[in-house]
Design a protein around this ligand. Structure first.
Ligand code: ADP
Ligand code: ZN
Ligand code: ZN
Length: 739
């Protein structure tokens, strides 16, 4: 018999099937992990059997040996599907489904200490693989260590020593040579150790909850749309409990940042710790491995985790839940660039089980699916514990300026902070700022420069003093005078939290403050610690970006101030309004979750913008109706798909040449074969240079189907044929982050 084997490699030319003879003494099935001789390499290559057949058309070698571990056939099919959809190697996808700590001989370490050195990559994976292939890295041990980290995202030094037989001095050399970096971080211990959690019981469901719960059947896809605090989690608990009674397991995904001990405790208190497994990136590999085994053996029937937990080897899977389904973290920004929601859809279709997506501000695409009938809509419109939603007030910053207030804090917000300080209540100040993009705003009338063709805010490119559209490439000179009102009060936006904290300290010298942003939250660290400190030490004011929005429940926070809502309105992305509405609604949800009334103040230069208006009303439906019309008119998702072809190179000339050639190739095919799609010319990416690599992109607007998929695959093949020095190309389907 012949086995069809996929070699475990990200090298594009190896993304195909190789035939091997199955020796009569080996029991090989689809999904078996094997070691095979390959080419004229000395060592054996690792691979996975994806098919079995009678005979091969070639003269083939024999499989050398195999591992006990294997992947279920249905996941092999999933990997094949993913490789088509996300333009990557099947092996890249299979890797997500293998247990953590591969290439291991013995797994026994459990991290006991609280602070640990975590080792991560300091360079792009591709770049490292290139250095390995080209022979720039010669030492076998160094190669092993790098491959180990690539396969496992991050690892402790102990992990590395255990799994690769390399000593810590090898790691140090790799750090010195710029391949790895070490971060000393707080490790959450095994989430279940030393805990005494009070047992909780089922709550009596409200009428709305009962209705929603009863409608969720043994299959089908559901959107549980419920305002913050409406009791969505209670429904998840009931659904999981129903599964347990049928001896089935459940996977529940939550955004990485919301995966706090608080979240997990709620499940432990209902179901006990034995049945629960938690998967997230801050566990050491040993711990991840333990959790993985607990799932695989069927002991843990409740799997709680971030994005990649969708691939957990659940036994008898009966249900998938995705909480906060609109969250961007469900889409991977690394190869393979999969969307966990799409993978979940694939799995529930395959297994004929139910999928429940939950959110207070559903993704436009998901909500649209409830209108086309793909999803069933379940609504929770009231808070379960009868607390009120906070009141929201909008402050017009243009008015502030004309009243002579040049500070970042309006008169109204100033008064409210003062009141809150007196009442010994806590305040969160939120700076709505995304990415690195800078845009231009008129401080007198709120005017921002937009692309007439795409209705996207133009982004300021500092080096060339130009404003540019990230979609079609339209560009114009920077603006000094407002075209609307002729004011010279033009501001290039991009204020930081640090500046805000300084200003707050000046305005409220006696108040205690704490700041949370990318600077204070180092790589894998302290997000949790800062929030805990804020809560436990009852610090007066928390100042932060995006990160303050999620996860925690602060009983003593009664005031939330949004410094300038405009930050996410002008991100040069067609989803700007959607993201603004989501963020503002979520921030508002932080205030007054208990008895005390909450108050939210949103400062903005665009008080008439509908995303801001509807977040004041906290009315998702109104927002959806308005936004979906605009999407329809301008042909944006869900009415079409957006494909981004990303190209990069260290050499600008090479990049320009490559992108032009790819564009010419695409254009010819599009015309010859009469594709009904919109192909844009290559333009510099919003962030033109990352890590010494220049970036350009080509955008395509179309209805994505098999024909388009083939066209894109062909263009990738075209690219691989080119002789380039350092160019790279990747295709992304509907990326969440257009930067
Ligand atoms: P969501 O997940 O929608 O934000 P939660 O499930 O966290 O909402 O519920 C919010 C609060 O309401 C929690 O404190 C929860 O214990 C409480 N709660 C939920 N359902 C009920 C119910 N049926 N009866 C009483 N309290 C409830
Ligand atoms: Zn103006
Ligand atoms: Zn444009």
């Amino acid at each position: 018999m012949i086995a069809e084997v996929i070699i475990d490699s990200s090298v594009k030319t190896l993304n195909r099937i190789f035939d091997y003879e199955i020796p009569s003494d080996l029991e090989v099935k689809i999904g078996t992990r094997v070691f095979v001789p390959f080419g004229n390499k000395k060592e054996l290559e690792e691979g996975i059997v994806v098919g079995i057949k009678e005979k091969s058309n070639y003269k083939v070698k024999e499989i050398a040996s195999l591992q006990e571990e294997q992947i279920k056939e249905e996941y092999i099919n999933l990997a094949k599907w993913m490789s088509e959809r996300y333009f990557c190697n099947v092996a890249d996808c299979l890797r997500l489904m293998l247990p953590p700590g591969r290439k291991s001989k013995n797994v026994l370490n459990r991290v006991k200490e609280k602070r640990v050195n975590f080792v991560t990559l300091a360079k792009d994976t591709d770049e490292i693989l290139l250095d390995i292939e080209s022979g720039k890295i010669k030492s076998e041990k160094q190669k092993n260590v790098l491959e180990f980290i690539i396969n496992n995202d991050s690892a402790t030094i102990q992990d590395i020593e255990l799994f690769t037989d390399a000593s810590s001095s090898i790691v140090k050399t790799l750090v010195k040579n710029g391949y790895l970096e070490i971060n000393n971080v707080q490790v959450e211990r095994n989430p279940f150790l030393h805990k005494s959690i009070v047992k909780s019981v089922d709550l009596k469901l409200t009428e709305e909850q009962k209705d929603a719960f009863n409608k969720i059947g043994d299959s089908g896809k559901y959107l549980l749309y419920g305002i913050t605090g409406s009791g969505k989690t209670e429904i998840y608990l009931r659904l999981i409990s129903k599964m347990l009674k049928q001896n089935k397991s459940s996977i529940m995904l939550v955004p990485e940042i919301s995966l706090t001990p608080q979240t997990v405790d709620r499940f432990i208190s209902r179901f006990g710790e034995e049945q629960i497994a938690v998967l997230h990136s801050k566990l050491s590999i040993g711990e991840r491995f333990d959790q993985w085994n607990k799932i695989k053996s069927g002991e843990a029937k409740i799997i709680i985790g971030a994005r990649s937990a969708i691939f957990a080897p659940a036994v008898n899977l009966g249900l998938i839940i995705i909480d906060e389904e609109h969250d961007e973290s469900y889409q991977s920004e690394m190869m393979p660039r999969y969307d966990a929601r799409e993978v979940a859809e694939y799995l529930v279709n395959d297994k004929n089980i139910p999928l429940v997506l939950g959110s207070a501000t559903p993704d436009m695409n998901t909500f649209h699916k409830t209108e086309t009938g793909e999803y069933e809509l379940l609504t929770l419109s009231k808070r379960a514990n009868n607390s009120n939603l906070p009141t929201v007030e909008i402050v017009d910053l243009r008015q502030e300026l004309s009243n002579g207030n040049k500070s970042m804090i309006s008169k109204k917000l100033h008064e409210e902070i003062e009141k809150n300080l007196e009442a010994k209540k806590q305040t969160i100040l939120y700076l709505n700022r995304r990415g690195f993009s800078t845009f231009v705003i008129c401080r007198d009338c709120g005017y921002t420069v937009k692309c007439k063709r795409c209705d996207i805010t133009l982004t300021y490119h500092k080096y060339e003093h130009k404003l540019r559209c990230h979609y079609c490439g339209y560009e114009q000179d920077e603006v000094r005078v407002c075209p609307e009102c002729h004011s010279e009060n033009i501001r290039y936006f991009g204020t930081g939290t640090q500046k805000l904290e300084e200003e707050i300290k000046k305005l409220f010298p006696t108040a205690s403050t704490i700041r949370m942003d990318v600077d204070t939250v180092s790589k894998k660290n302290s997000h949790e610690q800062i929030l805990n400190k804020f809560k436990e030490e009852n610090i007066d004011i928390l100042i932060g970006t995006q990160m303050v929005v999620k996860g925690h429940h602060f009983p003593n926070v009664t005031l939330v101030g949004v410094i300038a809502a405009d930050g996410s309105l002008n991100i040069g992305d067609f989803r700007a309004n959607e993201k603004t509405f989501q963020i503002l609604t979520q921030v508002a949800g932080r205030a007054g979750r208990e008895k005390d009334e909450g108050k939210v103040i949103i400062q903005t230069y665009n008080p008439d913008n509908y995303a801001i208006e509807f977040s004041k009303l906290q009315d998702y439906n109104l927002f959806y109706e308005t936004e979906i019309d605009i999407r329809k008119q301008l042909k944006y998702p869900p009415f079409c798909d957006i494909i981004v072809i990303d190209m990069s190179s260290k050499d600008m000339r090479e990049l320009k040449k490559v992108s032009k050639e790819i564009h010419t190739y695409l254009k010819r095919r599009v015309i010859d074969e009469k594709f009904g799609l919109l192909l844009y010319s290559p333009v510099p990416s919003p962030i033109e240079k990352i890590k010494d690599r220049f970036r350009m992109r080509i955008l395509i607007k179309c209805k994505y189907d098999e024909r388009v998929n083939n066209l894109l695959k062909d263009s990738l093949s075209e690219f691989y044929k080119m002789k380039t020095a350092s160019a790279r190309m990747a295709v992304e389907l509907n990326p969440n982050n257009m930067l």
